[in-house]
Design a protein around this ligand. Sequence first.
Ligand code: A5P
Length: 231
Amino acid sequence: MDSVSLAKKNAAEKAVEFVKDGDLVGLGTGSTAEWAIKKLGELVKEGLDIQGVPSSKAIDALAQKVDLPLIPYEEFIRDELALNIDIDGADCVDPDFNLIKGGGGAHTREKRVANASEMFYCVVDEKKLVDKLAGSFPLPVEVMPEDLDEAVRGLRTYGFVKQRQKDGKLFISDNANYILDVSLNVGEPVKGLEVDINNIPGVVDNGLFTIRRPDAVIVGRLNGEVTINNG
Ligand code: A5P
């Protein structure tokens, strides 16, 4: 395994150590969170008693594959469930624990899950740590297809806008929406931007996590070490 993959695995498995018997666990999306889900599957086989809430269809499928007991995302929303802990990755993390997420297009559900969680552990390899969010990673913004043009016009205030594609086709989110990636030209701080962008007509949610920030960021280092940074 290469050093970045190992760093992701080490960070995710460290976060799993904070999961306790009886917990309702938010299951993040992405290649880092997947390590946590696989580890939780192993622990459940050994007797850990938890239920997971998947933040995407892809993670729902993985969790089922490793026999993790699940509460479907739709049920979590309908019943307004409170979760004990959420383990999720990020595309970049600034020194104040503000995040950009949504590289996999799952940030809307990921944010609902993080907002409902008492503890939010963000798990990353050290390459995700940045001084400034703007310019480090294009900001994913989920938009409703019928409002695409209006959303694009509104988002151009903040930077270059590109509609996401996958395998030569328009990317469609789990919520049946489009994703626009915005190369932010706004500089820092990005505080306030999360709300402002969500006020553009047609925007469902954007990948800034500046309001619900992680309680801890667990960083897998390329030398194999893991550091836990508490907020
Ligand atoms: C999914 O939409 C994202 O928010 C992911 O959590 C984020 O892109 C991190 O993914 P990796 O762990 O694969 O880098």
